[in-house]
Write a protein that binds this ligand. Structure first.
Ligand SMILES: CC(C)(COP(=O)(O)OP(=O)(O)OC[C@H]1O[C@@H](n2cnc3c(N)ncnc32)[C@H](O)[C@@H]1OP(=O)(O)O)[C@@H](O)C(=O)NCCC(=O)NCCS
Length: 177
């Protein structure tokens, strides 16, 4: 059993988040881009810390607008995958959205990104649309994105009727090894 602590992103984490983003995606976001994203209304970021030095090993960036939350980006450092950390971050982001009474949670995912699609499906997100050529990929090509979405019943997974945090919060604080 390994533990990953999920916390709000701090200014000192941004360059590390950018490095993980670059390791995860062809169109890397710089630290400045991530700061700009986090500066927009309703945006929030979470990081997962692991290891003896509690270094940042993964991140989630999301934005809430009115009653919707969009997961903007989620990435786990390559050497830290398949340890439950991506799921813990997703749970924590959904839980935060639930606490803020968000009704819809959605995201875009590359159509051939099987690991991410399986992760999202495991949390109740369903494919509801397609965006042609949404992602730029190396070599100038493009890949379609699928829009995945779930409605307010995702609240039930993490939040008790009186607003107490439930199982998702516990999952967010520990991960499998
Ligand atoms: C997608 C990603 C975030 C998953 O993070 P992770 O920490 O490795 O995922 P977890 O260990 O929490 O896995 C949770 C579930 O996701 C699915 N999953 C994750 N990786 C998988 C893989 N390589 N193959 C198949 N299913 C996978 C499984 O259902 C898994 O549950 P299980 O372990 O009980 O089978 C990670 O692979 C990543 O950072 N990829 C590159 C960036 C990316 O694609 N981000 C998403 C953009 S939309």
């Amino acid at each position: 059993m390994s533990a990953a602590a999920i916390e709000p992103v701090a200014p000192r984490d941004i360059e590390r988040v950018a490095a993980i983003h670059e390791a995860c995606f062809d169109d890397a976001w710089s630290g400045d881009m991530i700061r700009r994203v986090l500066g927009t209304a309703g945006a929030f970021g979470l990081v997962a810390r692991a290891g003896a030095d509690l270094s940042v090993v993964a991140f989630a960036l999301a934005r809430i607008a009115v009653d919707e939350c969009e997961l903007l980006s989620l990435g786990v450092a390559p050497g830290r995958r398949r340890q439950g950390i991506g799921a813990a971050l997703l749970d924590a982001a959904m839980e935060r959205a639930a606490i803020l009474r968000v009704r819809h949670f959605f995201l875009e995912v590359g159509e051939f990104n099987a690991p991410a699609r399986r992760l999202y499906e495991s949390r109740g997100l369903k494919v509801v649309g397609r965006r042609a050529g949404y992602y730029a990929i190396e070599g100038g090509a493009a890949m379609d994105a699928l829009t995945m979405r779930c409605e307010s019943d995702f609240l039930a997974a993490g939040i008790a009727p009186d607003g107490r945090q439930g199982t998702c919060e516990r999952r967010a604080m520990s991960s499998r090894s």
